[in-house]
Design a protein around this ligand. Structure first.
Ligand SMILES: Cc1ncc(COP(=O)(O)O)c(C=O)c1O
Length: 427
């Protein structure tokens, strides 16, 4: 590893999710092309995760670099507060309204995911407040959920170690059981009974919204049973509770459609939070899609909220071209095709002693080890063989770029399956 860069990194950068003062040697990435990244020593890796699931169209697209450069030459940035606007943001908003599920026609731009979930939570609470129901402010979430790291989004998150030492968190969040079929028998029935009981106990008139990832991501890429979201939506609809879909991972093609909300016969989300894939990560940008019902509740109320870089023209120009590439190259269809190929190859690991389950949706896959499997150790072995996967506890999660080639999928799966075969199960 390039000694100078490694030394400077350890001397000066505090990395997310690392032990402060004890940094391990960094893997310094120099370049990327398609589904391959290269480190500063010239080692290549198949990118099985897109870093953090964002890079739908693959690395190193000159077209996106050119769009960003052109926009920067014309107008790099100007604020979108109050009555200021810019052409790329307006065109992107129109495009997003065009691809959004029925009943969604507005957008609030952000810089990323956590800001998006903060925004959605604030919109839901403000909507009820402006409708004369300020006490309707509780937010239902789920255990195992990941919604970000701001105080609101972290409060919605259901992963206790991520909250340790940061208290006090925001009030008014209630965590329900997550739909986790492998570990929860009668999964949908149990979750729905608990949801109904919770609404009964708290009172529907106190609950502003429920927030959930359509497919639990950080928790281990766990798709819910097919009847889970339709039944949750039915219960929420019956009680007038808003539904916030956190599609920060799933939006813009990863599951095979523009939004996961289009699955399961169509889930009528009131707010859809997106980020990552909106620009494929070329520029940090997110978008909260706002449904008509929320717009009606908010009608006439000032939304005193905004981030400096809202509606960033360069980000919006890149997002527009990124969406065009997804459409032009049929990447939603490709997500299904490559996802099926990856799943078929990974399923070969299912009978292995170390493997509890292989699962996935579109081009998202999860491998769960038998307890007390060590995902981090396994991911390190896989990386040493030239493929990047992410470990979360005893699970591996995969979300390669949608442009990944069949041969790269095969190689990725081959490395993973052979390392799983070499994994011993602790007594
Ligand atoms: C489902 C989900 N919600 C929210 C976030 C937070 O997004 P960001 O890291 O851009 O703030 C993430 C990030 O991985 C995510 O996966």
């Amino acid at each position: 590893m390039n000694e100078r860069l490694a030394r400077l990194d350890r001397a000066h950068i505090v990395h997310p999710h690392q032990v402060v003062g004890r940094p391990p040697p960094p893997l310094v990435i120099e370049s990327g092309k398609g589904a391959v990244i290269t480190d500063v020593d010239g080692n290549e890796y198949i990118d099985g995760t897109c870093g953090l699931w964002q890079c739908l169209v693959g690395h190193g697209r000159e077209e996106l670099a050119d769009v960003a450069a052109d926009q920067m030459r014309t107008l790099e940035f100007y604020a979108s507060f109050w009555d200021y606007s810019n052409r790329p943001a307006i065109e992107l908003a129109e495009r997003l309204a065009g691809i959004s599920p029925p009943g969604i026609g507005h957008v609030f731009f952000t810089n990323g995911g956590s800001e998006g979930t903060e925004t959605a939570i604030k919109l839901a609470r403000l909507a009820w407040s402006s409708a004369g129901q300020p006490d309707r402010n509780l937010i239902l979430s789920r255990k195992m959920a990941y919604h970000g790291v701001g105080y609101g989004s972290l409060s919605a998150t259901g992963i206790p170690p991520l909250k340790e030492g940061f208290g006090p968190l925001a009030e008014g969040f209630v965590h329900l059981t997550a739909p986790y079929p492998l570990r929860l028998p009668d999964c949908t029935e149990t979750c729905i009974a608990e949801l109904e009981e919770t609404i009964e106990r708290l009172g529907a008139g106190r609950i502003a919204a429920m927030i959930g990832e359509p497919v639990l991501g950080v928790a281990g890429m766990i798709p819910p049973p097919d009847d889970y979201w339709p039944r949750v939506a039915e219960v929420l609809g019956r009680h007038g509770i808003l539904l916030i879909f956190d599609e920060i991972v799933t939006a813009y093609g990863r599951t095979g459609s523009w939004f996961a909300a289009e699955r399961w016969g169509g889930i009528p989300a009131d707010l859809i939070v997106t980020a990552k894939g909106l620009t494929s990560g070329y520029v940090p940008m997110g978008a909260v899609l706002i449904g008509d019902r929320v717009m009606e509740l908010l009608d006439g109320t000032r939304f005193s909220h905004g981030f400096t870089y809202n509606g960033h023209p360069t980000g919006a120009a890149v997002a527009l071209r990124n969406l065009e590439i997804i459409e032009r190259e049929g990447l939603r269809e490709r997500a299904v095709e490559m996802g099926d190929r990856l799943m078929a190859a990974l399923r070969e690991a299912e009978g292995l002693p170390a493997v509890a389950e292989v699962r996935g949706v579109g081009l998202m896959a999860g491998v769960e080890l038998e307890e007390p499997g060590d995902g981090a150790e396994l991911a390190a072995r896989i990386r040493a063989r030239g493929a990047i996967v992410r470990a979360t506890g005893q699970k591996l999660v995969l979300s390669p770029p949608l442009v990944i080639e069949p041969a790269q999928i095969d190689r990725l799966a081959e490395i993973i399956v052979s390392e799983l075969a070499a994994t011993t199960v602790p007594a």
